[in-house]
Design a protein around this ligand. Structure first.
Ligand SMILES: Nc1ncnc2c1ncn2[C@@H]1O[C@H](COP(=O)(O)OP(=O)(O)OP(=O)(O)O)[C@@H](O)[C@H]1O
Length: 616
């Protein structure tokens, strides 16, 4: 997966790729076909309308020929049937084109929708480790821009290709029936016209891409400056930002100049080549007419069809590049589709004991994160938490406290040692069952852009409004929830920005209460709350911890004091454990940490040592 980012932006890489690489890449398009083939009815209808439209296009020059030769030239005046016939062809062309557009675009959108759904379904199965190795923004871009490329391939490119192949081949056959010698001349002439156009066109595409990148730079810079406007102004950097922006804008203009120069040249070449080609043909034709070897209608039909054939070849030259781009996008999406989860349920998972006991144990667990295999986050870690016990975990930053939660929920498997829930080793059970036995209250509450109700019952969709209010009351969240403009229906907005830190924490607590699991993993927020909010949160937490096995990463004195046991971690191991007072008396790591770690909590800035002494 590592090489994706190289060619992700608009495929400048593909121009430099070896031919075999390109051919191999084109194979990725199979994935798109596999998706599309599930809609045979639409494919057949699209193909039929495409063929009919192409044939109708070719019938138009033939119609003109008839009109000129039989109608005008014969001088019989009754041209009506010919024109009526031509109008009929035009009608067929219009309707068939509309159908082609509809079915082909339908297929494009449907395939993209299916790919998005399939990719998201697979992503939801993957363990968090995957999202550490692959940036979420990169994955999001695959879901949007890569799928847009595929939509373009199915909805446009393939149809352009097929239409022009039909028109190209059909047109050449028709041209041969009209005037074999002229056609032979035309077939030699078309490449002479098209090659320089393709050559300059390629250059133009590259420059355009480059130019788009420069525009993107400008966009990024605007976003950056806007996002940091207060900092820019506070540090008095307006002039500098303007100069920096000026540089990016001028770079955009310079590349744009190159682009418009090329485009101007291309326009001149196209006009010169195409019209002189047509003029030569007409010239040759006029001589033919004068000699009586060719009819006027034939010349007209020849020029029109020749134009169609040349246009078809021109369009086909662009198809290959588009297909390559589509193949790159399909390849990247196929990777996301086929990624297997590192953590999955075994074939026949062991059921966790009923009723749940709420016991959790770590036995000699050693674990390093996949992205940092050389640094053990847990090192021979052993801890047995008995049902109903509250264990407070303290330790310096990086001691491995959060890692305990990651392993308890089986987001990762340890390299050695075992984690058990109610006596069952985690890999032998279904991860969904394991996670069903625990509720997590993270440091930072994640609120979804949904109603307050849905945010509260996120872990238990069956909860009734009565149950939600009971939980909210216990979590000290009732008052502010009742004050919301639409009560439980109030939209929480992007990232729930309307709530204060303390309110968000209480929502998380209510959510955990509703989930009502025997095990609670609680990561106390370190952010300081005002005294009143702090007390509301603390009360709520105490109710939440009642009758549950709790592991709490503690940052508050009240929490450690009410815990049954405190374990002190350092370097992925337990270095001290016991009750608060005995640990303080030891005057070891705990006593040292206590002052720092609890300083933002309930007792704000006071040193825990003096506070503890006062309490005693
Ligand atoms: N997702 C991750 N990928 C790689 N390394 C990680 C990851 N998460 C944590 N680590 C590393 O593992 C070690 C233990 O981290 P952990 O988050 O468990 O510490 P912590 O005690 O919870 O720290 P803090 O109090 O700062 O949250 C640290 O060295 C940390 O850098």
């Amino acid at each position: 997966m590592s090489d994706n980012s190289d060619n992700r932006s608009a495929g400048s890489a593909e121009n430099t790729e070896s031919e075999t690489g390109s051919i191999k890449k084109i194979g990725n398009l199979r994935m798109i076909w596999d998706q599309a083939v599930r809609y045979p009815k639409q494919i057949v209808l699209a193909a039929i309308s495409l063929f009919v439209a192409a044939m109708a296009t070719l019938a138009i020059p033939a119609g003109f020929k008839t009109i000129i030769d039989k109608g005008f030239a014969a001088g019989n005046g009754d041209v009506a049937p010919y024109f009526q016939g031509l109008l009929l062809v035009v009608g067929v062309l219009a309707i068939a084109t509309a159908f082609r557009f509809y079915f082909v675009s339908w297929l494009g959108e449907r395939v993209v929708a299916d790919i998005r759904l399939a990719v998201q379904r697979n992503l939801l199965r993957l363990a968090p480790g995957f999202f550490e190795e692959n940036r979420p923004s990169e994955i999001a871009s695959r879901m949007t821009s890569d799928t847009a490329v595929i939509e373009q391939i199915v909805g446009t490119t393939v149809s352009v290709a097929l239409r022009n192949i039909v028109i190209g081949i059909g047109g050449i056959i028709y041209l041969f029936t009209l005037a074999p010698m002229l056609t032979a001349g035309l077939l030699i002439g078309i490449p002479i016209v098209i090659l320089p156009i393709v050559f300059i066109g390629r250059k133009l595409t590259n420059v355009s891409r480059f130019s788009q990148d420069r525009v993107a730079d400008v966009g990024a810079m605007v976003a950056e400056t806007l996002g940091a406007m207060k900092i820019v102004q506070a540090f008095g950097q307006e002039q500098r930002e303007h100069k920096r922006f000026g540089g990016a804008v001028e770079a955009t203009f310079d590349t744009a100049k190159r682009r418009i120069r090329l485009r101007a040249a291309l326009t001149a070449v196209v006009i010169a080549m195409v019209f002189s080609g047509i003029t030569m043909l007409m010239w040759r034709g006029a001589v033919g007419v004068a000699e009586g070897s060719i009819s006027g209608g034939t010349i007209a039909a020849f020029v029109l069809t020749g134009g169609l054939v040349a246009g078809a070849f021109g369009a086909l030259t662009e198809v290959y590049g588009d297909l390559l781009r589509g193949a790159g996008a399909a390849g990247r999406l196929a990777e996301l589709l086929s990624e297997e989860p590192g953590i999955a349920a075994p074939k026949s998972p062991i059921a966790l004991p009923e009723p749940p006991r709420g016991q959790i144990s770590f036995d000699n667990v050693t674990f390093a994160y996949p992205t940092r295999p050389d640094t053990a986050a847990l090192n021979g870690f052993t801890l047995k938490v008995t049902p109903g016990e509250t264990v407070a975990v303290v330790g310096p930053s990086g001691a491995g406290k959060s890692t305990l939660f990651q392993l308890a929920q089986r987001f990762y498997d340890p390299q050695s040692g075992t984690v058990r829930i109610d006596g069952v080793t985690l890999p032998s059970a279904d991860p969904a069952d394991i996670r069903g036995r625990m509720a997590l209250v993270p440091q930072e509450t994640v609120l979804f852009a949904a109603s307050a109700r849905d945010n509260l019952r996120y872990g238990n969709w069956n909860a009734t409004d009565d149950e939600i209010w009971t939980a909210a009351r216990a979590a000290n969240a009732e008052d502010f929830l009742r004050d919301l403009p639409d009560g439980l229906d109030t939209f929480m907005g992007e990232a729930g920005t309307r709530l204060s830190g303390g309110q968000r924490q209480r929502i998380a607590i209510a959510r955990a209460l509703l989930r009502n699991t025997p095990i609670l993993l609680l990561d106390e927020a370190t952010s300081a709350l005002d005294a009143e909010s702090e007390k509301l949160v603390q009360d709520a937490l105490e109710k939440l911890m009642q009758d549950r096995t709790t592991i709490v990463i503690a940052h508050r004195l009240a929490t450690v004091r009410s815990a049954d046991r405190i374990i002190v971690m350092d370097g992925g191991q337990i270095v001290e454990q016991g009750a608060h007072d005995s640990l303080m008396a030891k005057n070891g790591l705990y006593a040292r940490l206590a002052d720092l770690q609890f300083s933002t909590g309930e007792i704000s800035t006071a040193s825990i040592a003096s506070k503890a002494a006062a309490i005693n």
